[in-house]
Ligand binder design. Sequence first.
Ligand code: HEM
Length: 125
Amino acid sequence: MSKIYTFEQVAEHNTPQDAWLIIDGKVYDVTAFVEEHPGGDEIVLDLAGQDGTEAFNDIGHSEDAVAMLKDLLVGSLDPASMPAKSEKIASVGQNATTGGEGRGKLALACALVFFAVAYYVANMR
Ligand code: HEM
């Protein structure tokens, strides 16, 4: 199916009785699927009418899970209609960068330990 939907159109399908999800620029009708979802229905319904790309990919879904998407496809998303960044996506993005910050902090802690030891050794003489 190659119908193209705008983000606003997808956003209207945001109830348990009518739930659509965007993943990687494709639009999926997950209404019937959520009950069978191994990760539970709520986690998917929370994203109904929104872009679930990051959430879907972050979980590290199996190839089987990706293959299931095919049956749920209703069309594609008009990329031009995508809002700059939704709050949800922005917060996931922030989490992604915290990983980098975490590594920065670790490097800083290592440097501090190094200088502390160097100071200690230098003062032992
Ligand atoms: C239509 C879209 C989706 C499909 C077809 C799908 C399919 C699946 C499948 C088959 C599994 C079992 C494990 C695996 O094979 O990877 C699974 C697990 C899981 N899914 Fe999804 N999923 C979808 C959307 C989502 C979304 C949007 C989220 C997060 C917001 C999510 C969160 C999870 C979690 C947390 C598990 C792990 C359950 C566990 O291991 O206990 N899924 N999903």
